[in-house]
Design a protein around this ligand. Structure first.
Ligand code: FE2
Length: 427
């Protein structure tokens, strides 16, 4: 495959990219200018559109996705009612239906250029039904999508009977990452103890960690501090993620000024889930209502790797969504007020390169030697892609086209105006 005349996220234009054996063999300006493509190669004109590495979702729940309304809808809109509702749904789940919904979501994801997802999977179930279903999904989507699974004790590692044994069984079956939910344990002390147990388990097994951490509006929730402490103590630097961290929004500013360097020192990654945080947090407030999303610009300024996750699509916690990581990034940009050019580009990175680093993906990026995985966007820059939630003209993995979307245009019928409008800026 040869891609001609693409624009790159760093602003370089007129880029040609040659794919051989599923990898990027060469990438440079005007590499094939005025020359035919190599014999047998697919010759694609990018027409100056933005070529990006694929989107990566750092935080998702594929076992719950597309179950909206089963068996009822979350009336209060809170995290806690969502957890209770998921508890009502769990006994009704079947492996076939769960696999079918997850595969449908993966279709949506691929069409949106989302080619790697880290999904938490609930292990608080004697049957491990969701674990078995998502292991089957991981196997079936492997040719076109990287699905990384986190063993997630939804009902609490210490609070739910047998949760640790279930979690270890899930890891034995091949689940990739150790999860946790310290803020849902019965006490702050139990939460801290769960973090210790889970980090030690991950260290013994040589696995990564990704915990739901401080997902509340409680300014005194302190589990990210404990997570950073055990990460450093056990030498797990760069292998641990704190997801949500919404309490940080409400914490005392002095305490946060101490906390941020501790997170950075331990090289703990942070995940914000903008669509879900802005929806679930602040539900116990009257006015003013807190936004609840973690302190993204401050974490970035402290040197912490921050990614954004979709978290939920049409499930007990969230009624919307379509696997569009540009929607996620755009919401993150708004909620964090990251409106400078550099900050908007940082929001694009939060759903591409930062998330890929967090997952530990090999061969990710648009350099010679990387996997030939990319998405062609109907936009001229990252900021324009965010503004328009740009159409994914072409989605490619390992040099194979997986999906195409026709360019978005509209026919105009206005006197004295052009016959067509598109929303990109003139070249
Ligand atoms: Fe989550």
């Amino acid at each position: 495959m040869l891609i001609r005349n693409a624009t790159l996220p760093d602003g370089r234009t007129g880029i040609d990219l040659l794919v051989q054996h599923g990898r990027i063999a060469a990438i440079a300006p005007g590499l094939f200018h005025g020359r035919p493509a190599p014999a047998g190669a697919q010759d694609i004109d990018a027409a100056g559109w933005l070529l990006s590495p694929p989107f990566v979702d750092a935080h998702f729940h594929m076992d719950a996705t597309l179950s909206y309304g089963l068996p009822r809808i979350n009336a209060s809109g809170t995290l806690l009612e969502g957890i209770a509702l998921w508890g009502e749904l769990k006994p009704l789940l079947t492996e076939e239906a769960l696999v079918e919904r997850a595969l449908q979501y993966c279709d949506w994801a691929v069409a949106k250029g989302l080619l790697a997802i880290r999904s938490h999977v609930d292990v608080c179930d004697d049957r491990l039904l969701a674990v078995r279903a998502l292991l089957e999904v991981r196997r079936r989507v492997a040719p076109y999508l990287d699905l990384q699974l986190v063993a997630f004790p939804q009902d609490g590692l210490l609070r739910a009977p047998g949760a640790l044994a279930h979690l270890e069984r899930a890891l034995d079956l091949g689940v990739d990452v150790v999860g946790g939910i310290p803020h849902f344990e019965r006490t702050m002390a139990d939460g801290a103890e769960s973090v210790r147990i889970l980090c030690e388990l991950a260290a013994q097994r040589g696995l990564r960690v990704d915990m739901h951490c401080d997902e509340s509006d409680d300014p005194l929730s302190r589990h990210i501090e404990t997570l950073a402490f055990h990460t450093r103590r056990l030498g797990l630097h760069g292998r641990v993620t704190g997801s949500h961290l919404t309490s940080m929004h409400s914490m005392d500013n002095y305490y946060v000024s101490k906390l941020l360097p501790l997170i950075a020192e331990a090289q703990v990654h942070a995940v914000a889930n903008p669509l879900i945080n802005i929806t679930l947090q602040g539900r116990h407030d009257s006015y003013p209502k807190r936004r609840g999303m973690t302190r993204v610009p401050e974490l970035l300024a402290a040197g912490v790797n921050v990614a954004f996750g979709h978290d939920c699509v049409m499930d007990p916690w969230y009624s919307l969504g379509a696997g569009d990581m540009l929607e996620v990034a755009q919401m993150g940009l708004h909620v964090a007020q990251m409106t400078s050019q550099a900050q908007m580009r940082a929001c694009f990175d939060a759903v591409t390169v930062n998330a890929a680093k967090l997952l530990g993906l090999d061969g990710y990026g648009l350099e010679a030697g990387c996997h030939a995985d990319f998405v062609l966007l109907q936009a001229r820059s990252q900021v324009e892609a965010l503004r328009l939630r740009a159409a994914r003209l072409l989605v490619v993995r390992r040099g194979q086209v997986l999906a195409r979307t026709a360019p978005v245009q509209a026919a105009l019928q206005l006197p004295g105006r052009p016959a067509q409008v598109d929303w990109t800026l003139p070249r």
